[in-house]
Design a protein around this ligand. Structure first.
Ligand code: SAM
Length: 233
């Protein structure tokens, strides 16, 4: 039985199939902020089952996905075995801020989607910002998406149900929430919670790291109270 978020992502879990609906919502909105082209090099931090790579592999120059879950990386590599411009790298779960797997590479687009809530604390997130700064090419854009900036599980649930209803996916979402209630996700969330970082703290961290960052004026993920931070290099 998983005890921490790091264990949770190594095991088969309820999100394996359901993440795609949320991702399609994001994909339909993200390009207005990050235009794509065949010359762009993309870094996907916390790439999971390769939703971004499935959609973008033939629209950009190359994509590197990095994730602590060897299980997701194996699924992702199998899906993209025929795409030499797509690579997945294992991050050490005990040392996940060590990005030596992509040493020396620079990226034009950096996406971090639904990942930092599983970090242990804000100091680690500030180290992530420093890592992003190191690998960003001049003119790059980074989007850190689906950020939880205020406490409240109920708000999260109400918002995702409302959006699912409007997207015609209410039944799918109700089924997922029911399965989650009786899964290790529920226990881990109760014991570990999510990392919540208020907007002002995000902006203060960016300022300390010398980053030019703003929050997008509208939600681009299904949970509309969650925020997306854009950093321009
Ligand atoms: C909710 S899934 C999102 C996956 C993908 N970004 C998407 O939206 O489809 C969270 C992902 O973050 C990964 N993850 C969790 N903690 C991480 C960390 N500290 N560093 C890198 N990846 C992490 C998990 O293994 C999982 O693949």
């Amino acid at each position: 039985m998983a005890e921490t978020w790091l264990d949770f992502w190594q095991q088969e879990n309820e999100f394996d199939d359901s993440m795609t609906a949320n991702y399609n919502y994001f994909l339909a909105r993200v390009e207005q902020y990050v235009p794509l082209s065949k010359t762009r090099r993309v870094l996907d931090i916390g790439s999971g089952p390769a939703n971004l790579e499935d959609a973008w592999h033939d629209r950009v120059a190359e994509i590197d996905g990095i994730d602590i879950s060897k299980r997701y990386n194996e699924i992702a590599r199998a899906k993209h075995a025929a795409h030499p411009n797509v690579r997945f790298h294992d991050l050490d779960a005990d040392d996940y801020l060590n990005f030596s797997v992509i040493d020396g590479k620079k990226f034009d687009v950096i996406i971090v989607m639904s990942v930092v809530q599983y970090y242990r604390n804000a100091a680690e997130v500030e180290q992530l910002l420093a890592q992003i700064k190191k690998v960003a090419a001049p003119g790059a854009k980074a989007l850190i998406c689906d950020l939880i900036v205020a406490e409240g599980m109920l708000g999260d649930i109400v918002s995702i149900l409302g959006k699912s209803l409007r997207q015609g996916q209410l039944l799918m979402m109700l089924k997922l929430l029911f399965r989650l209630r009786f899964s290790s996700y529920y226990t881990i969330r109760k014991e570990n919670g999510f990392l919540v970082i208020p907007e002002r703290e995000w902006l203060a961290m960016c300022k300390r790291q010398g980053l030019n960052a703003t929050f997008l004026p509208e939600p681009i993920t299904m949970q509309e109270e969650r925020k997306t931070l854009m950093i321009q290099f």
